[in-house]
Write a protein of this length. Structure first.
Ligand code: LMR
Length: 395
């Protein structure tokens, strides 16, 4: 039975990351997978995480299962982090959430809820979107339509195209939006554009599903959630998939949250019961370690302050790298790379062809995705000149 199964191609992101890991050339630059790396090329553990972890190691008295909805302090902390403690939807008690195994688990729970409400619903996804959205949501049975989003000619959002396409999204449809730091293009909606999306959702009745995996890595924790908060204020319903992988550096701890903004408290509670049944079907209950850490940080004012400062420094460093990279690329190539400085978060497209990306890999040991998506947070003072010269050489 099993011998009929063929070997599948490697994942377009993780496969390239594995290739980069295996490359022993000294000049190697790995800009594949979206993890933050410091000046020394290490993905660091936050001080706040170390401290919370040390407390846990002393205080933890059991490894019994978590309740299926996860850690209470994590769930309430994440709701406040995403919406702001005084958000009318929170004060109106129409918000609920469950802990999930990473942002992926949260997306999957969101997809299960959507499928339960409208089997086979159409999810509108940005062109392009994170490639994993498709198998993650599609394997539940949801269908997809694309809306125009990134315009390679302007290196910005084609908002007019987006609005035209989303005019066809109606009640029963879902529109998947990147809350901030769009993956893969780094081009985000302005707050005025979020307001237009809110108008359209209100008038047409589609359900926004917001994937926010990079809160705090664009402009700041509150700024990056402004679009989400606006939608949650204006609309009766939305689903949010959030992750602590990047903004707390808890990647391997699989720490995420699926949050539901509902018409009323009764519906918010009903959705938790739906999420728990869906989770029981897939993984029963979420892992504890990451959410215990995040819950501790979010509920302890001292740890929370330490974490916010560290995150702000990380965000400032990424934005500094964006500006340095622009300068170096422009100097090396004589072309305009101003867009890199305008984009947000970890990712930008360099605007290279797949063939150029592959030459960079083979001839220069510079690894990026075939789409020319780079992880800006993989750049440092030691590799930036080599990177800029290598890119200029293949242009
Ligand atoms: C990425 O896009 O590189 C990250 O979100 C990591 C992943 O799982 O793909």
């Amino acid at each position: 039975m099993l011998d009929q199964l063929q070997r599948l191609p490697a994942d377009p992101i993780l496969g390239l990351a594995a290739m980069a890991r295996a490359d022993t050339r000294a000049a190697k630059v790995d800009l594949t997978v979206g993890i933050y790396m410091d000046e020394t090329g290490v993905c660091p553990v936050f001080d706040a995480v170390r401290e919370a972890q040390a407390m846990l190691a002393t205080d933890e008295i059991t490894k019994a299962y978590l309740p299926p909805a996860g850690v209470d302090a994590f769930n309430s902390g994440m709701q406040k982090l995403l919406l702001g403690a005084e958000h009318p939807a929170l004060l109106g008690a129409r918000v609920s959430s469950v802990q999930a195994p990473g942002g992926c688990g949260a997306l999957r729970i969101g997809a299960e809820i959507i499928h339960a409400a409208t089997p086979g619903a159409t999810v509108w996804v940005s062109d392009p979107t994170w490639p994993v959205h498709l198998p993650l949501l599609g394997s539940v049975g949801l269908q997809f339509s694309n809306y125009r989003y990134y315009d390679p000619a302007t290196h910005g959002v084609n908002f007019q195209g987006m609005v035209e396409d989303l005019k066809s999204a109606g009640a029963g449809d879902v529109v998947l939006l990147h809350g901030c730091c769009h993956n893969p293009c780094g081009a985000d909606l302005s707050l005025a554009q979020w307001a237009v999306v809110a108008d359209m959702a209100e008038a047409q009745g589609f359900l926004p599903f917001i994937d926010i995996a990079y809160q705090g890595l664009g402009d700041g924790l509150d700024e990056d959630a402004a679009g989400l908060r606006l939608l949650a204020e204006r609309l009766p319903e939305l689903i949010v998939a959030a992750s602590c992988s990047k903004n707390m550096g808890l990647y391997r701890e699989r720490t995420g949250a699926a949050m539901f903004v509902c018409r009323d408290q009764e519906n918010a509670e009903a959705l938790v019961s739906q999420a728990l049944v869906a989770a029981r079907r897939i993984y029963s209950m979420p892992p504890a370690h990451g959410a215990l850490i995040a819950g501790k940080i979010l509920s302890d004012s001292k740890l929370d302050r330490t974490w916010r400062v560290e995150l702000m420094e990380m965000c400032a460093r990424i934005n500094g790298l964006r500006s340095d990279l622009r300068t170096k690329l422009e100097a090396a190539s004589g072309r305009d790379f101003a867009f890199i400085e305008k984009e947000k978060g970890m990712f930008s497209f360099l605007g290279l062809s797949a063939e150029q990306a592959s030459r960079l890999r083979e001839d220069y040991a510079v690894y990026m995705l075939d789409s020319s998506r780079i992880n800006v947070a993989g750049v440092n003072a030691g590799n930036i000149d080599y990177l800029a010269e290598s890119v200029a050489a293949v242009l």
